[in-house]
Design a protein around this ligand. Structure first.
Ligand code: AMP
Length: 608
């Protein structure tokens, strides 16, 4: 059974599969190898995904969700969520657990639900190509995703009804794709800047097929969206000064600005200057309709975003230091993610690492390819991959005086289990409170709270006499769990660290049921489209062959009858296509195939 590899990106998603021992990216229905990570609900309540959703965004801005990955696993009051709210045209609302919800046509959706819709779309793209259903996948996440974000992606997999065999880090997947069958011993740096997140990993690849991640770090809020927002903010400011109109108030204007900013950014990767023309950006108002027309040069754009590129290089420096290496130890630099097409990014990365980045890796496809390779290895279709990854964040507990006691430091190899001993600090203390945090600050209050819980029922004794063992575990997916054991009674409690993912098991099940119904609908739609395309192609083929047959068998009355039957079958099929009746299309397909076979015989006879 095939395992697909899905790169669930902020801007675009990509799916790959291993075929005849080589990983291959699968193109979607419209022929593109990546699919926009966009979900929308149209005015008549239809859910649309990918290119179709992206195309209708301008006319349906309030009900079109893009860049949902920036919100996944975050709290509503998170700074990143609040800042996203300023720039998006759709509505973001607080969920029942302080999590984030988006609103589409009055219905609230959790972010894992939106991500599940995207996962499912990629699954249908793969099924279309393979011609059979797919149940299993390896899904990638930014290496810098914290536990809440990973949990939320796992929930998305459950909602999509996919068996996610493994969640792997995007730069690690890229390293796997790079090293697969390459027979080389190298230390590589993966610089991965996508639409929403930035990761850098230093990976040792060996000719024996081992992949050891030496360090990984990043910023889960640094990516193409920030570059777009800089152009948007520049346009909004300029317009406000010149025309005294605040465009932030109009969702349609925001959506158009967003698309124009992204387009200009991409154009500036190949051009020195580009124009942004948005007619009727204000359609009415005291000043009447207003157009926008600005020109932006590459140096201007680079100035607007210089600090973002610089921020990524500071992170590279951290990764090198954490790997206990210098830039001279890096043999190869791999650029991953659409943002690495920006010339200033390429130039500065080259400057930093003192070498030209590797050319042979496709920045949009390499992550999905690596996920597909890992998927096949986990399904025992190819040799196992000897992979050692690391955790990007430190995990520990809060102690008195707002201190953070690290138990698993960042860049520790995973999977890992680390037990630690805790004792009571008061006489007759019968419970211990454990506050689990993730982050890099020495101050407990500045880190992310993962879980707080009590170990209860301890024997009443003098302070320090009773010992509790608390074990931190990170599994192969980079997902964290904690267990506590009273060493006197031997009683163990496993504490699920999922309080913050925002969904409980019942809700996930309910969403999974809805999602499965939608999948069936989606598959049926896909089958109908395939049928339609098949009939269209056959009609064209029968018409072409009929013309040829008329030329070669003009004087044969039997042939003339067959040709007329065939032409009739094509004409009827055309009418059925116009009426779009699925059951009759299936019948026409059979009739057209018969007509084609008969008429081909006439053409062949004539040719001989
Ligand atoms: P990814 O998540 O890897 O698909 O990266 C998508 C990001 O790359 C988006 O922010 C795109 O706007 C950006 N991007 C794609 N192509 C280009 C390009 N030619 N120049 C600059 N940025 C690009």
């Amino acid at each position: 059974m095939t395992v697909i590899g899905i790169d669930l990106g902020t801007t675009n998603s990509c799916v790959a599969v291993l075929e005849d021992g080589s990983p291959k990216v699968i193109a979607n229905r419209v022929g593109y190898k990546t699919t926009p990570s966009v979900v929308a609900v149209t005015a008549n309540g239809k859910r649309v995904v990918g290119q179709i959703a992206s195309r209708q965004a301008i006319t349906n801005p309030e009900h079109t969700i893009h860049a949902a990955k920036r919100l996944i696993g975050r709290k509503f009051d998170d700074e990143a969520v609040q800042s996203t709210m300023q720039h998006v045209s759709y509505q973001i609302a607080p969920g029942p657990y302080g999590d984030v919800r988006v609103v589409l046509r009055g219905k609230q959706y959790s972010i894992p639900e939106i991500s599940a819709i995207l996962l499912q779309e990629m699954r249908v793209v793969a099924e279309e190509h393979l011609g059979h259903e797919v149940e299993r996948a390896v899904v990638t996440v930014p290496a810098y995703f914290n536990d809440n974000q990973r949990q939320a992606v796992r929930d998305a997999g459950l909602i999509a009804g996919l068996q996610v065999l493994r969640i792997i880090n995007e730069p690690t997947a890229a390293a796997i794709a790079y090293g697969f069958h390459r027979n080389t011993d190298k230390v590589i740096a993966v610089y991965d800047m996508g639409g929403g997140t930035f990761d850098v990993s230093i990976v040792k690849v060996t000719r024996n097929g081992t992949f050891s991640v030496l360090s990984t770090t990043g910023d889960s809020f640094l990516g193409g969206e920030d570059f777009d927002e800089r152009i948007m903010a520049w346009l909004i400011r300029g317009f406000e000064v010149q025309r005294k109109v605040d465009l932030r108030r109009s969702p349609i204007a925001l959506q158009r600005l967003k698309q124009a900013a992204q387009k200009a950014k991409c154009e500036l990767s190949t051009l020195d200057r580009t124009e942004i023309r948005l007619p009727f950006i204000v359609s009415s108002g005291p000043t009447g309709p207003l157009n926008m027309h600005y020109a932006i040069t590459r140096p201007q754009f680079e100035k607007l975003t210089a600090d973002l590129v610089k921020r990524s290089l500071v992170i590279c420096q951290k990764a090198i230091a954490a790997a206990k290496l210098t830039v001279d130890d890096v043999d190869e630099v791999i650029l991953v993610g659409g943002m690495t097409r920006m010339p200033a990014v390429q130039a500065q990365v080259e400057d930093f690492f003192k070498r030209k980045p590797c050319k042979g890796v496709h920045p949009d496809e390499v992550v999905a390819l690596g996920a597909a390779i890992q998927g096949s290895a986990l399904a025992d279709e190819i040799e196992a991959i000897d992979l050692e990854d690391v955790t990007a964040h430190s995990l520990g507990i809060a102690t008195a005086g707002d201190h953070f006691d690290v138990i698993i430091p960042a860049n520790t190899g995973v999977p890992v289990r680390v037990p630690s001993l805790f004792t009571t600090h008061r006489d007759n203390q019968d419970a211990l409170k454990i506050v689990v945090l993730q982050g890099e600050s020495e101050k407990a209050s500045e880190n992310t709270l993962l879980q707080d819980f009590f170990v209860r029922g301890l024997r009443e004794a003098k302070a320090g006499e009773v010992e509790v063992e608390v074990a931190f575990t990170i599994d192969d997916d980079g997902i964290f769990s904690v267990s506590a054991k009273d060493l006197e009674t031997g009683e163990e409690t496993r504490i699920e660290v999922n309080a913050d993912s925002g969904l409980d098991a019942e809700e996930i099940q309910q969403m999974a049921d809805e999602s499965s119904a939608f999948l069936e609908e989606r598959r049926a739609e896909e089958a109908a489209e395939r049928l339609r395309q098949g009939v269209e192609a056959l009609v064209a083929e029968v018409e072409r062959l009929s013309e040829q047959a008329e030329e070669v068998a003009a004087d044969d009355p039997m042939a003339a009858l067959t040709i007329s039957h065939a032409e009739n079958a094509a004409a009827q099929a055309k009418r059925a296509l116009e009426e779009n009746s699925r059951s009759s299309l299936a019948e026409h397909l059979v009739m057209l195939e018969d007509a084609k076979a008969m008429i081909e015989k006439i053409v062949h006879r004539g040719a001989n």
